[in-house]
Design a binder for this molecule. Sequence first.
Ligand code: ZN
Length: 186
Amino acid sequence: MASEFTEADWKKLLTSLGENADRPGLKETPHRVAEAWKSWTSGYAQDPKEILKVFEDGAEKYSELIIVKGIPVYSHCEHHLAPFFGTATIGYIPNGRIVGLSKLTRLVECFSKRLQVQERLTIQVGQTLMTELKPHAVGVIIRCRHMCMESRGIRTPGEETITSAMLGALQTNLGMRTEFLSLSKD
Ligand code: ZN
């Protein structure tokens, strides 16, 4: 259980790294780290369905792509507990239901504030939109830098990992997919 891991355990980690956990600079660190991880994993307590429960009507006759770019992504990889961060682009063709930017941002946050792999994060965002909004199509592109790779020289600094999920009509309609990809570029 998560609750059994205490600040004393974070202190043990500091000691195991070769530190003097009692020196002034580290005195408050176990507490701060515990608080920080609560925030970095707060997505587990959020229900993505709740976030999208209230949608806006009024797009009944709108059948073009809606694209939102630059949605912030801050997550931690489940293999190294290292940060990965970047942006998400979400596109969808509504079927009557639309949502505002804040909802999309919260949806991405709900899944990224968990231990993740970028591929799963991308699919979870796409599938939740597909299920809750029932649009004609959903496309999600996520671009992130992974500290576990960059800081250890496995990748060139600044190099991004790009993942995408294409659902509904975007999966089958090549013209639509091309349009989405070109509109999603910076
Ligand atoms: Zn990693």
